[in-house]
Design a protein around this ligand. Structure first.
Ligand code: APR
Length: 236
């Protein structure tokens, strides 16, 4: 029974909550030019367009509900405690709303706002506007607290430490297209631990995993968590 587990999740975890994904058919990047809405250059060019993009995603997120996969991961965390590290590329708060705590959002969070001038963070309002003054420095320099392409993901040190200590690495609902997250499975292989992919279909990194289960997250994640909890209650 693995004690220390690191789980990385992606948009596939929240897809069945209606939040969609990026690279699937009719995914976000088939509708928007990511260079215009998910890069610092795009924000500098047209901050109102970028705030509009994230305001719409924030509204979708507020309307969405956690699904059975979010609930199962929260249940697993309740049993595993600090031995489970939940890393997500997702910017929604559905894991938190399912009861999970200390979720590591390496690409930021829709519920957080950031001042590009002084670095202050605060709880994002439902809708943000380029003219909004920063509550700390009053500069009209607010931006979504989202890590854009070309920026450094958050909490990388904590993630690396967790990966080095892990006994099992699990990837849920991610295409394995975006680094550094896509490289975590390689790091786990170097550490020499088992790696499990739980996804709708084989991702581009599927060949790197020692085990895999395919299907909708709301089916395969609760089933996997149930087996883990069963096994842990059985073992002394
Ligand atoms: N259940 C499980 N997996 C699913 C489901 C589902 N219901 N629906 C889709 N998937 C899988 C897809 O097969 C795909 O492998 O989820 C993955 C979604 O891949 P992407 O759309 O590329 O999303 P993600 O991997 O999270 O993207 C990573 O890219 O654009 C950036 O910052 C953004 O965090 C994002 C990062």
């Amino acid at each position: 029974m693995p004690k220390r587990i690191v789980i990385l999740s992606g948009a596939g975890l929240s897809a069945e909550s209606g939040l969609g994904t990026f690279r699937d058919k009719d995914g976000l990047w088939t509708k928007y030019d990511l260079s215009e809405v998910a890069t610092p250059e795009g924000f500098a060019m047209d901050p109102a367009k970028v705030h509009g993009f994230y305001n719409a995603r924030r509204a979708n997120c507020l309307e969405a509900q956690p699904n059975a996969a979010h609930e199962a991961l929260s249940q697993l965390q309740a049993a595993w405690g600090a031995d489970l590290t939940l890393v997500t590329q997702n910017v929604d708060d559905l894991l938190e709303r399912a009861g999970a705590r200390e979720v590591i959002h390496m690409h930021g969070e829709l519920t957080s706002a950031l001042c590009a001038s002084c670095g202050h963070r605060w709880t994002a309002p439902r809708a943000m506007d380029p003219a909004d003054p920063c509550p700390a420095c009053a500069q009209p320099a607010t931006r979504p607290d989202i890590v854009w392409f070309g920026e450094i993901p958050y909490h990388m040190e904590a993630i690396e430490t967790a990966l080095q200590m892990a006994e099992l690495f699990v990837s849920i609902g991610t295409s394995g297209e975006v680094y550094p997250a896509a490289g975590f499975v390689q790091e786990a292989r170097i550490v020499g631990i088992p790696t499990l992919e739980l996804n709708l279909e084989p991702s581009s990194g599927s060949g790197l995993f020692t085990d895999a289960r395919y299907g909708p997250a709301t089916e395969i994640v609760p089933a996997w968590v149930a087996e883990l909890l069963e096994g842990s209650s059985g073992s002394s």
